[in-house]
Ligand binder design. Structure first.
Ligand SMILES: *Cc1c(COP(=O)(O)O)cnc(C)c1O
Length: 335
């Protein structure tokens, strides 16, 4: 089976298993797990943030960030197809009492500054007031688009002008950095907090990072506990996480394979692949996407339905060039 459903399907490699087996550990609730501490320090350095927090999932990191930045009853402005709005069970309302203002961004998922200015509500006696703007990069639903640092800065400038903080959902920010061939910290310079996943393209079995100022991370640590997530000898998973941080340059190969895959799929009648910017390939289909998912699955290729007539394929580090070629051959014979 060639699994192109997501970059989360990878298995930890030997180096990660070794790092887990040999990690020096302690009780992280007491701040005594040296491997977790090392991961958080290293993450702060790479992201050029004062501090970082290791959390089990990206969803939890986003939800913690929203809670720390806001007060109950405020609004959060985000792109209408962003993960924090569409795929986190309405957690913003459930955990933090927030009302979401989803805004249609550009085709690439960019929230332009004028849109942000338009949608920020000041708290007069009738309006809830905006507590946070959340951005996403790469933008998953837009097809893994790698939004430039200048666009992030422009959005942040608009939000800050209204005294509203900005969170960046950078589950795949590493991919954006590779696509633009710049250090990842270029994307974090203007925002107030950022989430980056270790468990997607970098291949770690578990974990995401939340980073920001020292006071932000102090509050985030408390909210992580409130949301159920103080953890103990987490060096067992932080060790593989440190290994994963070393895999950032390898994402270039995933991006090249996405290009190959898109070109191959475009050869077939009834499939129209969007030009990939990173490791995600969206494909518009003539037949219902749900049927194609089943057909491809029966022939040994997995992808996901991403709309009634749209599929998503994601390349990742457990695939080879041969696997991509084979996937294209299999789809050819199935069609
Ligand atoms: C995967 C993803 C998340 C959530 O991360 P999990 O670790 O799966 O909870 C958040 N935002 C984006 C853009 C993602 O792709």
């Amino acid at each position: 089976m060639i699994d192109l459903r997501s970059d989360t399907v990878t298995a930890p490699d030997e180096a990660m298993r070794e790092a887990a087996a040999t990690a020096t550990v302690g009780d992280d609730v007491y701040g005594e797990d040296p491997t977790v501490n090392e991961l958080e320090t290293r993450a702060g350095e790479i992201l050029e943030c004062e501090a970082a927090l290791f959390v089990p999932t990206g969803t939890m990191a986003n939800q913690i960030a929203a809670r720390v930045h806001t007060e109950r009853g405020q609004e959060i402005v985000c792109e209408q197809n962003s993960h924090i709005y569409r795929w986190e069970l309405g957690g913003l309302a459930q955990h933090s009492g927030l009302q979401t203002r989803p805004v249609a961004g550009t085709d690439r998922g960019v929230l332009e500054p004028t849109l942000i200015e338009q949608h920020i509500a000041t708290g007069d006696d009738h309006r809830p007031g905006t507590g946070l703007v959340s951005l996403e990069n790469t933008h998953n639903a837009a097809g893994g688009t790698a939004i430039a640092p200048s666009a992030i800065e422009a959005a942040t400038t608009a939000a800050h002008a209204a005294n509203v903080p900005v969170h960046l959902d950078g589950a795949r920010l590493w991919n954006a950095a590779v696509a633009h061939d710049i250090p990842v910290a270029r994307f974090t310079a203007s925002v107030d907090s950022v989430m980056c996943a270790l468990s997607k393209g970098l291949g770690a079995p578990i974990g995401s990072l939340l980073a920001g100022s020292v006071p932000f991370i102090e509050s985030a640590r408390r909210i992580r506990k409130l949301f159920g997530g103080g953890w103990r000898q987490a060096g067992m998973v932080a060790g593989p996480g440190l290994e994963a941080l070393g895999n950032r340059d390898g994402l270039q190969a995933d991006h090249e394979r996405a290009q190959t895959l898109a070109a191959g799929l475009n050869e077939f009648d009834g499939l129209s692949a969007h030009e990939p910017e990173t490791n995600i390939v969206l494909v518009d289909t003539d037949q219902p996407a749900a049927d194609l998912v089943q057909t491809f699955e029966s022939g040994g290729v997995r992808c996901v339905r991403f709309g009634e007539y749209r599929l998503r394929f994601v390349t990742h580090r457990d695939l080879t060039d041969d696997a991509i070629a084979t996937a294209i051959e299999r789809i050819d014979s199935l069609l």
